[in-house]
Design a protein around this ligand. Sequence first.
Ligand code: AMP
Ligand code: ZN
Length: 112
Amino acid sequence: MDCIFCKIAAHDIPAKVVLETDQVIVIHDIAPKAKVHVLAIPKQHLVTFTDLTEDNKALLAELGLTIKQAVQQLGIAESGYKVIINNGHDGGQAVPHLHAHVLGGERVKGIT
Ligand code: AMP
Ligand code: ZN
C-alpha cells in the first residue's frame, strides 16, 4: 500500500524512532510544531478513529500505554503535553493513516 506511515512502520523509509512495540511505533515529527513533537502510529493501517472496531480494543490500549512510555522517555511526563488526533478533512488530517501527535517540552497552545 502506498502509505507513508505504513512504510515507516515497516522500516521501508527512515524515521527518527523514539520507541517501538509490536503494534505501535513512535517517531519524531519531521516538521515539529513544539520543542517535543512525536507521532504515535499504530502499525495497522487504519485511516481515522471511525475505522476502529471491537477488534482494535487491544491496539487502542497499547497506543495509550506506548504514549505514556514515550513521554516518560522524552522527559515530558511531569511538565505535561498534549495528545492530538486529527481525523479527516475538518480535523485537518494530512496523512490518511491514524496517528496521535504528542506535543510538549514547552507550553503548547491549543483551541480547547
Ligand atoms: P496530520 O495533519 O495529523 O495528518 O499530521 C501529519 C504529520 O505527519 C505532520 O505533523 C507532518 O509533519 C508529519 N509527517 C509527514 N511525513 C512525515 C515523515 N516522513 N516523518 C515524520 N513525520 C512526518
Ligand atoms: Zn498506512
